[in-house]
Design a binder for this molecule. Structure first.
Ligand SMILES: *[C@@H]1O[C@H](CO)[C@@H](O)[C@H](O)[C@H]1NC(C)=O
Ligand SMILES: *[C@@H]1O[C@H](CO)[C@@H](O)[C@H](O)[C@H]1NC(C)=O
Ligand SMILES: *[C@@H]1O[C@H](CO)[C@@H](O)[C@H](O)[C@H]1NC(C)=O
Length: 383
């Protein structure tokens, strides 16, 4: 009898406060129970997830569900799941895919391990997915390409392996893609057509920077592909992508770069340092009107520094790193006395670049090395 009364009382109470969709509550419970309890500090969001309250109910116990979720105005569905960086360790429950109204998911700076659940692709309303700085392993699920509302995907600083999904070009809303500092390999697939920022730094990507991958990316402003294994020549078309501003292709295995007439290019910074780029230093770089930072340090460039670099360009170079090549001749007028430029002409085969000028450090290569490159009778290497 008493039992029955208690049951009725409990039912009344729960029907009065139960607003959140039961499948969402079950998903949240599953997410919490997949985390090692020892990694849930008492001051954290997850600790406050006490399921004796209804997560979205305005009349829940005030110390319950303090943070971590936002609910729809009807208080029935979870719209965002943004966890604090408390050090949560564990797996991400695949049941997260039942939070079908979710638009923002951010679990950054924690210690999640295991795979990224392919079922995330069922979150068709997702606009941002941020899992940076965790310890996720396994591939970038190819199913994520089904997230056609996704605008930002940040899986950087994990331990993801394997190739980029081949079908990413279907992510037509994606503007920001950051998969930097993982262990991704293989060549670049066709990329999402409306990308603005592409960051794939610090992986093991190979293959070339090809027109079939980048050719139609008319909104692309920032390309960070440094510290990979990319090879071959960069075609001139690349620097003429209409929105391109910043390019980091340093620390790859590139062997050549074709520099077009810059004209109306919006490019402001180019880093091609630490590659194997051969040939002469292109005078055309000086024609990129807005280019203020150029690094070609530690390549295999020969010949002189074009006079055009020293002329009064509309936007004078603020950073110019040409050290670690085989450049010969002299530094164009105006550089050595200038204190508005940061850079280096050191470690080349230049004349009249005294080690007393900081721009000329480190000191030039030994004459014997330069003679091996240019032959004995090269003018300007007479000593
Ligand atoms: C999660 O969603 C699937 C359908 O996608 C459903 O079959 C399942 O019952 C749901 N799980 C829970 C715990 O609500
Ligand atoms: C959850 O909340 C109930 C009611 O306030 C409380 O009795 C219980 O101890 C809480 N559970 C935890 C794990 O804090
Ligand atoms: C992706 O979407 C397509 C079509 O909408 C569907 O056929 C396919 O099964 C989905 N793939 C995954 C892995 O969700």
């Amino acid at each position: 009898m008493l039992r029955r009364l208690l049951f009725i009382l409990l039912s009344i109470q729960s029907s009065a406060v139960s607003l959140t969709a039961p499948s969402d509550v079950l998903a949240l419970q599953s997410i919490k129970s997949s985390i090692n309890p020892i990694s849930i500090p008492t001051w954290s969001c997850l600790f406050s997830w006490n399921f004796t309250s209804d997560p979205c109910s305005p009349s829940r116990i005030p110390s319950h569900f303090i943070c971590g979720i936002t609910c729809s105005s009807s208080s029935s569905r979870i719209l965002s799941l943004v966890l604090d960086p408390a050090g949560y360790a564990g797996r991400l429950s695949p049941l997260i895919s039942n939070l079908t109204f979710l638009t923002h998911l951010d679990l950054s700076d924690n210690s999640f391990t295991g795979p990224i659940p392919p079922s995330l692709s069922l979150l068709s309303n997702l606009q941002t997915l941020t899992l940076t700085s965790n310890s996720f392993t396994g591939p970038v699920p190819s199913s994520l390409s089904n997230l056609t509302s996704l605008q930002s995907l940040d899986l950087s600083r994990n331990s993801l392996t394997g190739p980029l999904p081949a079908n990413m070009a279907s992510m037509s809303a994606l503007r920001t893609l950051d998969l930097s500092f993982n262990e991704l390999s293989g060549s670049l697939p066709k990329l999402p057509p409306n990308l603005v920022q592409l960051a794939l730094k610090g992986n093991s990507l190979t293959g070339t920077v090809s027109r079939s991958v980048f050719g139609r990316l008319n909104s692309l402003e920032v390309v960070e592909l440094g510290d990979n294994g990319l090879s071959g020549r960069i075609g001139g078309w690349f620097f003429l992508l209409p929105s391109l501003q910043q390019v980091d292709l340093a620390k790859n295995s590139l062997t050549g770069v074709e520099v077009p007439k810059g004209g109306s290019s919006a490019v402001v910074a180019v880093d091609l340092g630490f590659n194997g780029i051969e040939g002469r230093l292109a005078a055309e770089w000086a024609g990129f009107r807005r280019l203020s930072a150029l690094s070609l340090r530690h390549n295999r460039l020969k010949g002189g520094i074009p006079m055009e670099y020293g002329l009064k360009r509309p936007e004078p170079f603020k950073r110019l790193f040409l050290d670690g090549n085989f450049l010969k001749g002299t530094v164009p007028d105006g550089f050595l006395g200038s204190d508005s430029i940061w850079g280096s002409f050191g470690d080349n085969c230049l004349e009249g670049c005294p080690a007393s000028s900081t721009l000329c450090l480190p000191r030039q290569k030994p004459v014997t090395v330069c003679r091996q490159v240019y032959g004995k009778r090269t003018r300007g290497l007479s000593d």
